[in-house]
Design a protein around this ligand. Structure first.
Ligand code: ATP
Ligand code: MG
Length: 447
């Protein structure tokens, strides 16, 4: 286990509070991560001082969550959250404790925290305070609730998702008693807000172990927050291209794709429609005609439920819709693909297709992989050549057509799109003289 060293400014905050006669230590995730030899994202401080007393000791502070006892202390360009020891009341809306009581006891504050490895405090005078054998669980790699798991998950259902998320981030297991309580209380997650579910699921998907989706399924969590995924876990794929059921294919595709938000959510959603679209032919082979469009509709619904921002939802929906887009392995084929999904999303589509293929069967695997590589090569070439891909890159504009005697309107729009189609086939033809000459007859017809 690693020694704890904290940034100088953190010690400054602790010393200032202690010199004024209060208790103060670092607590929670930063203690856990330090002991694991990982660099913490932020340093949370817990203290016996009341918020007003904290504010009086530092020149620059922000009232981050005064009601919950949190004051942010600013030192130079760094910010530290300082929170008064507290006892949490019930989580009425499953979001914030409805009432918190400040306390002078560090052990009371540690008791309210979710897991043993998140309930340790440290300062350089007293060293480590570890009341629930957090160190033992950290050495064993175990997520264990502080106190009675049934009571703790009853207070805040989101903690069940946090348990699985930490297991995924750390590559750990969940203590059997804690896991049993999750299985028992998973249905109560139905009351938890979409935002909070979104944040936890996102962290799990982005972790080193997105296959922990299996634990969400096995404990009955996805049955509540993502029943569409459960349907996939029950949908077989009797088809030479596949070796897994739909849900397992999704999980393998998550593991095959880079840890990037849009990509991971796209893989989670890309085949959801298969559970609805499955047909079996006379030879016993399963087909999933139209599943991509169906998956896109389902993804849009789910993302609304989980309160996604519009920009992310738009990207994910588009990639899900076109994940199976057939493209010829020619420059024209790839240019058409780029126009279909958009220039910004096209490189992501290639990553989606690669991960999708990697999670299928050995059948024609080499062929599929080779095709993805050819697409990528052609795409690089198209970028290097700076081919015209949109109307705004076309050498002819609406104004040019007007000057040539055409009236603005529907036909003009159609002609511009026809010119774009020509240029997608033959980029060298993207010059004003060539296009005006070649499509002259169409302009005359209209003029
Ligand atoms: P990370 O920030 O890396 O996700 P963390 O452990 O710092 O992990 P936070 O959500 O930042 O997690 O919370 C800080 C600390 O507050 C936790 O370590 C835990 O002690 C406590 N905590 C957070 N959320 C809850 C909760 N829902 N129930 C009980 N305690 C919680
Ligand atoms: Mg944190």
């Amino acid at each position: 286990m690693k020694e704890i060293t904290v940034p100088e400014k953190v010690n400054t905050v602790l010393d200032t509070l202690q010199d004024a006669g209060f208790e103060a230590s670092i607590v929670g995730g930063c203690v856990r991560d330090s002991l694991l030899g990982r660099t913490p994202d932020d340093w949370d401080i817990t203290t016996s001082a009341l918020p007003a007393q904290v504010k009086a000791l530092f020149r620059r502070t922000v009232d981050t969550g005064i009601r919950h006892g949190t004051v942010t202390v600013l030192l130079g360009r760094d910010a530290f959250e300082v929170t008064t020891y507290r006892i949490d009341g019930a989580y009425e809306d499953g979001r914030h404790p409805t009432n918190v009581t400040f306390t002078a006891s560090l052990s009371e504050d540690l008791k309210r925290r979710d897991f043993t490895v998140n309930a340790m405090a440290w300062d350089r005078k007293k060293g480590l305070t570890d009341l629930f054998d957090g160190v033992g669980d950290l050495e064993r790699g175990v997520i264990r609730a502080v106190g009675d798991p049934v009571l703790r998950f009853g207070e805040d259902a989101l903690r069940m998702m946090r348990a699985v998320r930490f297991a995924a981030q750390l590559g750990w297991t969940i203590d059997p008693g804690t896991a049993a309580a999750i299985t028992q209380l998973a249905p109560s997650l139905a009351q938890t807000s979409g935002e909070r579910v979104h944040a936890e699921l996102s962290k799990l998907l982005m972790s080193a172990h997105p296959e922990e989706m299996r634990t969400l399924y096995a404990t009955g969590i996805t049955a509540v927050i993502l029943p569409e995924f459960d349907a996939c876990m029950r949908t077989p794929q009797h088809n030479p291209h596949h070796r897994y059921n739909v849900g397992e294919h999704i999980i393998h595709s998550l593991q095959a794709v880079r840890a990037e938000t849009v990509l991971r959510w796209t893989m989670l959603f890309h085949d959801l429609g298969k559970a609805v679209c499955r047909t079996t032919d006379a030879d016993g082979v399963d087909h999933f005609y139209g599943h991509a469009a169906h998956s896109a509709e389902m993804a849009a619904d789910i993302m609304k439920r989980l309160r996604f921002d519009n920009a992310t939802a738009q990207k994910v929906e588009t990639l899900v819709r076109y994940h199976g887009l057939e493209m010829e392995a020619t420059p024209y084929g790839v240019r058409k693909g780029i126009v279909t999904v958009g220039e910004d999303l096209f490189p992501l589509l290639l990553e989606v297709k690669e991960a999708d293929g990697a999670a299928q069967s050995e059948y024609r695997a080499a062929e599929k992989k080779a095709r993805t590589e050819v697409w990528a090569k052609i795409y690089a070439q198209i970028l290097a050549e700076g081919n015209c891909l949109t109307l705004k890159d076309l050498a002819v504009t609406g104004r040019d057509l007007e000057e040539a005697g055409m009236k603005p309107g529907r036909e003009m729009g159609e002609l511009l799109r026809e010119m774009l189609q020509e240029v997608l086939k033959n980029p060298v033809n993207n010059t004003k003289p060539w296009l005006l000459e070649h499509f002259k007859y169409k302009m005359r017809k209209n003029g």
